[in-house]
Design a binder for this molecule. Sequence first.
Ligand SMILES: Nc1ncnc2c1ncn2[C@@H]1O[C@H](COP(=O)(O)OP(=O)(O)O)[C@@H](O)[C@H]1O
Ligand SMILES: [Mg+2]
Length: 357
Amino acid sequence: MVLATHDPVTVPPTPYAAGMNEGAIVLQGVTKRFGDVRALDGLDLSVPPGTVYGLLGPNGAGKTTAVRVLTTLIRPDQGHARVLGLDVMERPEEVRSVIGLAGQYAAVDENLTGRENLRLIGILTHLPRPAVNPRAAELLERFELTEAADRPVRTYSGGMRRRLDLAAALVHRPPVLFLDEPTTGLDPHSRRELWRVIEELVGSGTTLLLTTQYLEEADRLADRIAVVDGGRVIAEGTAAELKARMASTTLELSFHDARTAADASELLRPLAGSPPLVEGTRVELSVDDGQRALIDALRDLDRAGLVLASVALREPSLDDVFLALTGRRTSGGGGDDPDGDRAQADRGRVPVGRKIG
Ligand SMILES: Nc1ncnc2c1ncn2[C@@H]1O[C@H](COP(=O)(O)OP(=O)(O)O)[C@@H](O)[C@H]1O
Ligand SMILES: [Mg+2]
């Protein structure tokens, strides 16, 4: 990927209207109802300038509603929302001039080419005319869309559309960027590609609020994470803090018979933070360092002559986090996505056809 180091895609945050002593993005006690549904129920949030903040929650948690309030698309019923110190209800025009928004559903025009889409947005956001074409070309290059630039967007893959949507949100160099579930529904390859693009962006001083249903995504991209459920924050901290508090890696072992599983559970007990869970021929160990535990377990089992059927490392998913925080599973989380957390866990599974070693 070509980086335009001489001409950054984003600019440093503009001076705050309300001084530098508050977050670049602030929600205070924000509520929003749709009929009987309480979409936001006193949401509080403060995003330090120049950081990436992850809003993590299952379907229906209120993530999109929060983003819509902050991007002036809907008015909250109660509470305050400010972006760079600008109140979204009092100064919506100014707020719009400092933000970019890319959503779960790409907002680009299917029948225009990628380049035409970006030019159009350049004109609509009042870039100086001579700057429009170079800006479009620069963003196309940056998001690896130059080859496809002059094809209609309807011929683009899902990943390409999301990249174009993200490019579109950056045309006017907003210091504050909102990404609403940027990778939901993408295949794993496109997801990783988009992560890379987002990681590059955030080096450049942009304040980014990102919503996601994937713990892995928030973990990888966000400096801090708020877990949202029922329109309010139920936990907040760095990814490491939250994971330490809420869930650990699971080493899943299965054996050909229950007797061996019981023996293995006894043998491997010292590797786990808590007593192993044994279910028939399966044993689950809750461990801190998954890689280390895997190596130790294979070695110990081999020495004891206990034969494995399969082994897998499962990183905590949003579902695990929720279970730990609320005592219940997410109802809709990842349900609309065939490549959800469960599928990711399955990819770590390694079948073992013979005795190790
Ligand atoms: N325009 C709307 N009309 C009615 N209900 C809505 C509307 N927008 C959102 N909701 C409801 O508000 C809740 C929160 O939705 P949303 O903010 O989209 O959640 P998320 O983005 O976390 O999936 C859900 O129960 C949703 O059905
Ligand atoms: Mg949403």
